[in-house]
Design a protein around this ligand. Structure first.
Ligand code: PNS
Length: 161
């Protein structure tokens, strides 16, 4: 049984993330989607909220498990008996940082590899930051986030104004 971990901030999950989840879930027997802390970001949604939003969107993927961790990514990967980290790459601008993280993670644990999936061309422009900005100004979010979570994103973002 081959397992992989797809980590991220998911603040909130976007259609781009969901596209990577669907494709990675077709490659691996079990895909762990892990909501983690990115120390460079201040999240809008709590960790529990982000987990719940993702769970709602992946209900029909039987081999996807959603969890969270505030530890080191490689430790979480090890705890799941996995050896692969899945990351989505949207553009060359993502590459430098993602490559650096992949090398750092492999330095900590050489048995763990990072697999990059090229983002669907439909979603190369999309990020959680874009979603929050659009929601703030009342834009139609159907092109950006799974429909199951649109209302939650709008009320959270607009509640913060
Ligand atoms: O969606 P993001 O914000 O690009 O995801 C980045 C994330 C959360 C995967 C990354 O910050 C992370 O792995 N955080 C956990 C702590 C850790 O292991 N940091 C990397 C050490 S090189």
């Amino acid at each position: 049984m081959k397992s992989a971990v797809y980590p991220g901030s998911f603040d909130p999950i976007t259609l781009g993330h969901l596209n990577i989840i669907r494709r990675a879930a077709e490659i691996f027997d079990t895909l762990y989607v892990c909501v983690m802390t990115n120390s460079a970001k201040t999240p809008l949604f709590s960790r529990e909220e982000r987990v719940e939003l993702i769970e709602r969107c992946v209900r029909h993927y039987p081999n996807v498990v959603v969890e969270s961790s505030d530890g080191l990514l490689v430790e979480y990967v090890r705890s799941k008996g996995a050896t692969v980290i899945v990351k989505g790459l949207r553009a060359v601008s993502d590459f430098d940082w993602e490559f650096q993280m992949a090398l750092a993670n492999r330095k900590i644990d050489p048995s763990i590899d990072t697999l990059f999936l090229a983002s669907s061309e439909k979603y190369t422009y999309l990020s959680s930051t874009v979603v929050k900005e659009m929601a703030k100004y009342g834009a139609d979010l159907r092109e950006f986030v799974p429909r199951e979570i649109i209302d939650d994103v709008i009320s959270k973002v607009q509640g913060r104004r």
